[in-house]
Design a protein around this ligand. Structure first.
Ligand code: PNS
Length: 161
């Protein structure tokens, strides 16, 4: 049986912190599906299609990583894909509070959904998609926060906005 994990999120845009988690999860599972939530009620900064393209390019070197989008409940998506786990990153106690709640809700919705928390590397603890958006919006350098191979693409998307 193929052991699949889902890494769900907004990825608006993907950061080096996300990438580190994807790389580490790809060593633990047969397949990692990076799943971008498509939420029609919340447009986000970048269109989902652009986010998917950025993730695909950044993950091109990881042969067991797939990129997809989903809408609706994560618990239903997990069931549909046959995944055995959801992975989420923890940077600090705020993440712990939010993530433990989400994991418990998902398990209540579907008892098969097992959520595994992975600790973020300390050097990535201050990084988030919202930090990238904030720094970019004031013309700052986002190079330390996003994967090198998609830096120019993200900068171009910000300029297009
Ligand atoms: O990157 P984010 O924004 O922290 O990711 C949050 C995400 C997409 C994982 C979460 O909002 C989610 O799974 N949404 C789908 C709807 C759902 O299943 N909600 C119930 C769990 S509280």
């Amino acid at each position: 049986m193929e052991r699949i994990c889902i890494y769900p999120g907004s990825f608006d845009p993907i950061t080096v912190g996300h990438m580190d988690l994807i790389r580490r999860a790809s060593l633990l599972f047969d397949k990692v599906i990076v799943a971008v939530l498509h939420n029609p009620a919340k447009a986000g900064c970048f269109p989902v299609a652009d986010r998917l393209a950025l993730i695909r390019k950044a993950c091109a070197h990881l042969s067991n990583v797939e990129v997809d989008s989903f809408s609706g409940l994560l618990a239903d998506y997990v069931e549909k894909t046959g995944a055995i786990a959801v992975i989420r990153g923890l940077r600090n106690e705020n993440d712990f509070a939010n993530e433990s709640l989400m994991a418990q809700v998902n398990q209540r919705i579907n008892p098969h959904v097992e959520t595994l928390m992975m600790m973020t590397k300390p050097e990535h603890a201050c990084i988030s998609s919202s930090v990238v958006r904030e720094v970019a919006s004031f013309g700052g350098d986002i190079a330390p926060f996003v994967p090198e191979e998609i830096l120019a693409d993200i900068q171009a998307l910000f300029h297009k906005r």
